[in-house]
Design a protein around this ligand. Structure first.
Ligand SMILES: C[S@@+](CC[C@H](N)C(=O)[O-])C[C@H]1O[C@@H](n2cnc3c(N)ncnc32)[C@H](O)[C@@H]1O
Length: 289
Protein backbone atom coordinates (compact mmCIF):
# COMPACT_ATOMS: atom_id res chain seq x y z
CA UNK A 1 0.00 0.00 0.00
CA UNK A 2 1.24 3.51 -0.77
CA UNK A 3 2.12 5.77 2.13
CA UNK A 4 1.18 9.41 2.27
CA UNK A 5 3.71 11.58 3.99
CA UNK A 6 1.98 14.63 5.37
CA UNK A 7 3.95 17.48 6.82
CA UNK A 8 2.43 19.27 9.78
CA UNK A 9 4.37 21.82 11.85
CA UNK A 10 7.56 20.60 10.23
CA UNK A 11 6.98 16.98 11.31
CA UNK A 12 6.32 14.15 8.91
CA UNK A 13 3.40 11.89 9.68
CA UNK A 14 2.45 8.70 7.87
CA UNK A 15 -1.16 8.37 6.78
CA UNK A 16 -1.60 4.96 5.27
CA UNK A 17 -5.19 4.44 6.34
CA UNK A 18 -8.10 6.74 5.61
CA UNK A 19 -9.54 8.16 8.86
CA UNK A 20 -12.63 6.20 9.95
CA UNK A 21 -14.93 9.22 9.73
CA UNK A 22 -13.85 10.17 6.17
CA UNK A 23 -14.15 6.52 5.09
CA UNK A 24 -17.68 6.31 6.49
CA UNK A 25 -18.76 9.52 4.78
CA UNK A 26 -17.34 8.41 1.40
CA UNK A 27 -18.83 4.91 1.72
CA UNK A 28 -22.25 6.26 2.58
CA UNK A 29 -22.23 8.74 -0.34
CA UNK A 30 -21.03 6.03 -2.78
CA UNK A 31 -23.89 3.84 -1.59
CA UNK A 32 -26.53 6.56 -1.74
CA UNK A 33 -25.59 7.89 -5.20
CA UNK A 34 -24.39 4.75 -7.05
CA UNK A 35 -25.36 1.75 -4.91
CA UNK A 36 -21.69 0.84 -4.34
CA UNK A 37 -21.45 -1.14 -1.13
CA UNK A 38 -18.15 -0.15 0.48
CA UNK A 39 -19.60 0.18 3.93
CA UNK A 40 -18.19 -2.87 5.74
CA UNK A 41 -14.61 -4.08 5.76
CA UNK A 42 -13.51 -2.02 2.76
CA UNK A 43 -11.54 0.67 4.61
CA UNK A 44 -8.17 -0.67 3.43
CA UNK A 45 -9.40 -0.91 -0.16
CA UNK A 46 -10.75 2.66 -0.08
CA UNK A 47 -7.45 3.89 1.42
CA UNK A 48 -5.39 2.16 -1.25
CA UNK A 49 -7.63 3.27 -4.12
CA UNK A 50 -7.76 6.91 -3.00
CA UNK A 51 -4.12 7.36 -1.99
CA UNK A 52 -3.22 8.22 -5.60
CA UNK A 53 -6.05 10.75 -5.80
CA UNK A 54 -4.77 12.43 -2.62
CA UNK A 55 -1.31 12.72 -4.19
CA UNK A 56 -2.57 13.89 -7.57
CA UNK A 57 -4.66 16.62 -5.95
CA UNK A 58 -1.61 17.63 -3.85
CA UNK A 59 -3.68 17.30 -0.72
CA UNK A 60 -1.96 16.77 2.60
CA UNK A 61 -4.49 14.18 3.77
CA UNK A 62 -7.54 12.13 2.81
CA UNK A 63 -9.68 14.67 4.64
CA UNK A 64 -8.23 17.57 2.63
CA UNK A 65 -8.76 15.64 -0.64
CA UNK A 66 -12.36 14.80 0.27
CA UNK A 67 -13.03 18.46 1.20
CA UNK A 68 -11.87 19.41 -2.32
CA UNK A 69 -14.18 16.78 -3.83
CA UNK A 70 -17.15 18.13 -1.86
CA UNK A 71 -16.31 21.73 -2.77
CA UNK A 72 -16.51 20.96 -6.52
CA UNK A 73 -20.04 22.06 -7.33
CA UNK A 74 -19.88 20.48 -10.83
CA UNK A 75 -19.81 17.00 -9.27
CA UNK A 76 -16.95 15.98 -11.61
CA UNK A 77 -14.45 15.39 -8.79
CA UNK A 78 -16.96 13.16 -7.06
CA UNK A 79 -17.37 11.09 -10.24
CA UNK A 80 -13.59 10.75 -10.59
CA UNK A 81 -13.40 9.64 -6.96
CA UNK A 82 -16.08 7.00 -7.62
CA UNK A 83 -14.09 5.91 -10.67
CA UNK A 84 -11.10 5.21 -8.47
CA UNK A 85 -13.26 3.08 -6.17
CA UNK A 86 -14.58 0.76 -8.87
CA UNK A 87 -12.82 -1.27 -11.53
CA UNK A 88 -13.46 -0.88 -15.24
CA UNK A 89 -11.76 -4.19 -15.99
CA UNK A 90 -13.22 -5.87 -19.08
CA UNK A 91 -12.07 -7.62 -22.26
CA UNK A 92 -13.12 -8.68 -25.75
CA UNK A 93 -15.16 -11.93 -25.77
CA UNK A 94 -15.17 -11.97 -21.95
CA UNK A 95 -17.23 -14.87 -20.55
CA UNK A 96 -17.52 -16.39 -24.00
CA UNK A 97 -20.54 -18.64 -23.33
CA UNK A 98 -22.80 -15.56 -23.57
CA UNK A 99 -21.43 -14.81 -27.03
CA UNK A 100 -21.80 -18.45 -28.08
CA UNK A 101 -25.46 -18.16 -27.05
CA UNK A 102 -25.82 -14.88 -28.93
CA UNK A 103 -24.22 -16.31 -32.10
CA UNK A 104 -26.48 -19.35 -32.03
CA UNK A 105 -29.76 -17.61 -31.25
CA UNK A 106 -29.40 -14.18 -32.90
CA UNK A 107 -30.85 -15.37 -36.25
CA UNK A 108 -34.08 -16.48 -34.52
CA UNK A 109 -34.22 -13.53 -32.09
CA UNK A 110 -33.81 -10.93 -34.84
CA UNK A 111 -35.69 -12.65 -37.65
CA UNK A 112 -38.12 -10.21 -39.29
CA UNK A 113 -36.83 -7.18 -37.38
CA UNK A 114 -35.78 -4.04 -39.17
CA UNK A 115 -33.86 -2.69 -36.19
CA UNK A 116 -31.39 -4.72 -34.16
CA UNK A 117 -30.73 -3.11 -30.78
CA UNK A 118 -28.89 -4.45 -27.74
CA UNK A 119 -28.03 -2.71 -24.44
CA UNK A 120 -24.77 -3.22 -22.60
CA UNK A 121 -25.39 -1.70 -19.16
CA UNK A 122 -22.09 -1.08 -17.27
CA UNK A 123 -20.11 -1.28 -20.51
CA UNK A 124 -16.87 0.08 -18.98
CA UNK A 125 -14.29 0.82 -21.72
CA UNK A 126 -16.39 -0.61 -24.56
CA UNK A 127 -14.93 -4.04 -25.34
CA UNK A 128 -18.28 -5.68 -24.53
CA UNK A 129 -20.17 -3.37 -26.90
CA UNK A 130 -17.76 -3.94 -29.79
CA UNK A 131 -17.79 -7.70 -29.16
CA UNK A 132 -21.61 -7.76 -29.34
CA UNK A 133 -21.50 -5.80 -32.62
CA UNK A 134 -18.95 -8.13 -34.23
CA UNK A 135 -20.82 -11.24 -33.05
CA UNK A 136 -24.13 -9.94 -34.46
CA UNK A 137 -22.61 -8.95 -37.80
CA UNK A 138 -21.11 -12.42 -38.18
CA UNK A 139 -24.09 -14.40 -36.86
CA UNK A 140 -26.62 -12.49 -38.97
CA UNK A 141 -24.33 -12.40 -42.03
CA UNK A 142 -24.69 -8.63 -42.22
CA UNK A 143 -22.50 -6.96 -44.85
CA UNK A 144 -19.68 -4.88 -43.31
CA UNK A 145 -18.91 -2.08 -43.89
CA UNK A 146 -22.27 -1.22 -45.32
CA UNK A 147 -24.70 1.73 -44.89
CA UNK A 148 -27.72 -0.57 -44.44
CA UNK A 149 -26.00 -2.51 -41.65
CA UNK A 150 -25.11 0.84 -40.11
CA UNK A 151 -28.72 1.98 -40.04
CA UNK A 152 -30.07 -1.41 -38.77
CA UNK A 153 -27.66 -2.30 -35.99
CA UNK A 154 -27.10 -0.36 -32.77
CA UNK A 155 -25.52 -1.35 -29.44
CA UNK A 156 -26.00 1.07 -26.57
CA UNK A 157 -23.25 1.13 -23.96
CA UNK A 158 -23.83 2.86 -20.64
CA UNK A 159 -21.75 3.36 -17.50
CA UNK A 160 -21.27 5.88 -14.69
CA UNK A 161 -17.55 6.29 -15.34
CA UNK A 162 -16.78 9.31 -17.53
CA UNK A 163 -13.22 8.08 -18.04
CA UNK A 164 -14.40 4.63 -19.19
CA UNK A 165 -17.06 6.12 -21.49
CA UNK A 166 -14.46 8.38 -23.11
CA UNK A 167 -12.15 5.42 -23.68
CA UNK A 168 -15.05 3.44 -25.13
CA UNK A 169 -15.80 6.28 -27.57
CA UNK A 170 -12.14 6.59 -28.58
CA UNK A 171 -12.05 2.78 -29.08
CA UNK A 172 -8.24 2.56 -29.07
CA UNK A 173 -6.86 -0.55 -27.39
CA UNK A 174 -3.45 -2.15 -26.97
CA UNK A 175 -3.15 -4.74 -29.76
CA UNK A 176 -2.66 -7.59 -27.28
CA UNK A 177 -6.20 -6.98 -25.94
CA UNK A 178 -7.42 -8.30 -29.31
CA UNK A 179 -5.89 -11.74 -28.60
CA UNK A 180 -9.21 -13.51 -27.78
CA UNK A 181 -10.69 -12.51 -31.17
CA UNK A 182 -10.50 -14.64 -34.33
CA UNK A 183 -7.53 -13.63 -36.49
CA UNK A 184 -9.59 -12.40 -39.48
CA UNK A 185 -11.74 -10.13 -37.25
CA UNK A 186 -8.61 -8.19 -36.27
CA UNK A 187 -8.19 -6.91 -39.81
CA UNK A 188 -11.90 -6.76 -40.67
CA UNK A 189 -12.88 -4.59 -37.67
CA UNK A 190 -9.65 -2.86 -36.51
CA UNK A 191 -7.04 -0.46 -37.84
CA UNK A 192 -3.45 -1.14 -36.83
CA UNK A 193 -1.57 1.73 -35.18
CA UNK A 194 1.59 3.04 -36.84
CA UNK A 195 4.32 5.41 -35.64
CA UNK A 196 3.24 6.94 -32.34
CA UNK A 197 0.28 4.54 -32.23
CA UNK A 198 2.50 1.45 -32.75
CA UNK A 199 1.21 -1.46 -30.68
CA UNK A 200 -2.32 -0.05 -30.57
CA UNK A 201 -5.45 -0.94 -32.53
CA UNK A 202 -8.47 1.23 -33.22
CA UNK A 203 -11.99 0.00 -33.92
CA UNK A 204 -12.86 0.91 -37.52
CA UNK A 205 -15.09 4.01 -37.79
CA UNK A 206 -17.84 1.97 -39.53
CA UNK A 207 -18.09 -0.27 -36.42
CA UNK A 208 -17.73 2.63 -33.96
CA UNK A 209 -20.70 4.38 -35.58
CA UNK A 210 -22.94 1.46 -34.55
CA UNK A 211 -22.02 1.97 -30.89
CA UNK A 212 -23.69 4.61 -28.77
CA UNK A 213 -22.18 5.47 -25.38
CA UNK A 214 -23.83 7.50 -22.65
CA UNK A 215 -23.87 7.93 -18.91
CA UNK A 216 -26.52 5.92 -17.07
CA UNK A 217 -26.71 5.16 -13.36
CA UNK A 218 -28.34 1.77 -12.84
CA UNK A 219 -29.72 2.69 -9.44
CA UNK A 220 -31.48 5.88 -10.57
CA UNK A 221 -35.17 5.38 -11.29
CA UNK A 222 -35.94 6.02 -14.97
CA UNK A 223 -38.71 5.15 -17.33
CA UNK A 224 -37.55 3.05 -20.28
CA UNK A 225 -37.50 4.77 -23.66
CA UNK A 226 -37.51 1.41 -25.44
CA UNK A 227 -37.52 -2.31 -24.66
CA UNK A 228 -34.54 -4.46 -25.62
CA UNK A 229 -34.59 -8.09 -26.75
CA UNK A 230 -31.15 -8.56 -25.14
CA UNK A 231 -29.44 -6.80 -22.22
CA UNK A 232 -25.92 -7.46 -20.99
CA UNK A 233 -25.40 -6.29 -17.40
CA UNK A 234 -22.30 -8.16 -16.37
CA UNK A 235 -19.90 -7.85 -13.47
CA UNK A 236 -21.48 -4.83 -11.84
CA UNK A 237 -23.97 -6.59 -9.50
CA UNK A 238 -20.94 -7.61 -7.39
CA UNK A 239 -20.69 -4.00 -6.19
CA UNK A 240 -24.27 -3.96 -4.92
CA UNK A 241 -25.94 -5.35 -1.81
CA UNK A 242 -29.00 -7.58 -2.15
CA UNK A 243 -31.60 -4.81 -1.95
CA UNK A 244 -29.76 -2.77 -4.63
CA UNK A 245 -29.41 -5.88 -6.80
CA UNK A 246 -33.19 -6.31 -6.57
CA UNK A 247 -33.82 -2.70 -7.60
CA UNK A 248 -31.35 -2.94 -10.50
CA UNK A 249 -32.86 -6.25 -11.62
CA UNK A 250 -36.32 -4.61 -11.63
CA UNK A 251 -34.98 -1.76 -13.80
CA UNK A 252 -33.41 -4.23 -16.24
CA UNK A 253 -36.62 -6.29 -16.42
CA UNK A 254 -38.52 -3.08 -17.11
CA UNK A 255 -36.23 -2.41 -20.06
CA UNK A 256 -36.48 -5.97 -21.41
CA UNK A 257 -39.02 -7.21 -23.96
CA UNK A 258 -41.24 -10.14 -23.03
CA UNK A 259 -39.22 -13.20 -24.07
CA UNK A 260 -36.01 -11.12 -23.98
CA UNK A 261 -32.66 -12.29 -22.55
CA UNK A 262 -30.61 -10.87 -19.67
CA UNK A 263 -26.92 -11.75 -19.27
CA UNK A 264 -25.19 -11.15 -15.93
CA UNK A 265 -21.64 -12.00 -14.78
CA UNK A 266 -20.91 -15.67 -14.05
CA UNK A 267 -19.90 -14.77 -10.49
CA UNK A 268 -23.26 -13.08 -9.91
CA UNK A 269 -26.66 -14.45 -9.00
CA UNK A 270 -30.06 -12.79 -9.27
CA UNK A 271 -32.13 -15.98 -9.09
CA UNK A 272 -35.41 -15.43 -7.25
CA UNK A 273 -35.15 -11.63 -7.38
CA UNK A 274 -37.82 -11.14 -10.01
CA UNK A 275 -40.71 -13.50 -10.71
CA UNK A 276 -40.80 -12.59 -14.39
CA UNK A 277 -37.29 -14.00 -14.99
CA UNK A 278 -36.47 -17.66 -15.65
CA UNK A 279 -32.87 -18.84 -15.35
CA UNK A 280 -32.16 -20.77 -18.54
CA UNK A 281 -28.38 -21.26 -18.14
CA UNK A 282 -25.63 -20.03 -15.78
CA UNK A 283 -25.73 -16.20 -15.73
CA UNK A 284 -28.49 -16.15 -18.35
CA UNK A 285 -32.15 -15.31 -17.76
CA UNK A 286 -35.21 -14.98 -19.96
CA UNK A 287 -38.20 -12.72 -19.30
CA UNK A 288 -41.47 -14.65 -19.36
CA UNK A 289 -43.76 -14.02 -22.30
C1 LIG B 1 -16.02 -4.60 -14.07
S1 LIG B 1 -16.81 -3.45 -15.11
C2 LIG B 1 -17.81 -4.52 -16.12
C3 LIG B 1 -17.58 -4.32 -17.59
C4 LIG B 1 -18.29 -5.33 -18.52
N1 LIG B 1 -19.71 -5.32 -18.30
C5 LIG B 1 -17.73 -6.72 -18.37
O1 LIG B 1 -18.37 -7.57 -17.75
O2 LIG B 1 -16.63 -6.98 -18.86
C6 LIG B 1 -18.02 -2.74 -14.01
C7 LIG B 1 -18.53 -1.38 -14.49
O3 LIG B 1 -19.69 -1.05 -13.73
C8 LIG B 1 -19.75 0.36 -13.64
N2 LIG B 1 -20.71 0.74 -12.59
C9 LIG B 1 -20.55 0.71 -11.24
N3 LIG B 1 -21.66 1.17 -10.62
C10 LIG B 1 -22.55 1.49 -11.60
C11 LIG B 1 -23.87 2.04 -11.59
N4 LIG B 1 -24.50 2.35 -10.44
N5 LIG B 1 -24.48 2.26 -12.77
C12 LIG B 1 -23.85 1.97 -13.95
N6 LIG B 1 -22.59 1.46 -14.01
C13 LIG B 1 -21.95 1.22 -12.85
C14 LIG B 1 -18.31 0.74 -13.36
O4 LIG B 1 -18.05 2.09 -13.67
C15 LIG B 1 -17.54 -0.25 -14.26
O5 LIG B 1 -17.19 0.33 -15.49
Amino acid sequence: MQTLATIRNGFSESETMIPEQVYREIASLAYEKFGLDLRRGKRELVSARLSRKVKESRSASYQEYFDLVKADATGQSFLYMIDALTTNHTSFLREKTHFDFLSKHAPAIFADRDRICVWSAASATGEEVYTILMILIEALHLPFPNPQTLSRLKVRGTDISIKALNEAKAAIYPQDKLAPLPEDWKTKYFLKGRGKAEGMAQVKPQLKQMAEFESFNLIKPSSPTMKYPIIFCRNVMIYFDKSTQERVTATLVDNLEAGGFLMIGHAENISGMDDSLTRIAPALYQKKR
